[in-house]
Write a protein that binds this ligand. Sequence first.
Ligand code: ADP
Ligand code: ADP
Length: 229
Amino acid sequence: MIRFENVTKRYRGTVKPALSDVDFEVQRGEFVFLVGASGSGKSTCLRLILREDVASEGRVVVLGRDLRSMSNGKVPYFRRQIGAVFQDFRLLPTKTVSQNVAFALQVIGASRAFIHQAVPEALALVGLEGKGKRMPHELSGGEQQRVAMARALVNRPPVLLADEPTGNLDPATSIDIMQLLARINAGGTTVLMATHEAGFVDQMQRRVIELREGEMVRDERHGGYGDTS
Ligand code: ADP
Ligand code: ADP
């Protein structure tokens, strides 16, 4: 699904690479935590997967496509196959919940009939049935993140990327979002989640990839947040 082959990423004007020789492969259906201190390269990994940026050396292959050789014109189509949620939700503040979710389908030219069916289904998936007419500011942070997840998933992407999705949420709400991510993964979606939440990582005992100053220092099949070796 996602393969990093000896990936190095240098940002223009910086000395130390943001990623150095990072090498891993994520299979279909996996749940993977990406952990590491702030600045260790987690967001850079996610940006490379979304083809928001390209590797300086090595290859990033996502859904069978080498992202270096992908033309810019193909990028929007490629991105439709990857759901993404972020710490700051990134909802459109002047649109209703349903419109926020529908927007993801409207931009790809889905039919009105399909949108009318898919939007309520996506809201039901995240436990927001009946909230379609609300505005984002009328919702709690946890509900807003659920809207973002509905929007990310309405297209039924095989992969969901989550960059600190619980970073702005209180502990109880974070647990709900974590459970939702686990449920989505159980439904077959591959999930890659960058996080600082040691408690969740320890509890879930899923695969853990740890970065330190851009280097991959750990890839454990069933790991916790801290290094156990
Ligand atoms: P994390 O998500 O783990 O906090 P990042 O991937 O954001 O880490 O950052 C990794 C390193 O790359 C950091 O040293 C950061 O300062 C640097 N970096 C990130 N984005 C840029 C950029 N656009 N330009 C220059 N340096 C960047
Ligand atoms: P427009 O008519 O300008 O497209 P709408 O207010 O109908 O704007 O909403 C935009 C999209 O959001 C519509 O295409 C519709 O499918 C979807 N939508 C709006 N409200 C709902 C709802 N309650 N349930 C499902 N989908 C909705």
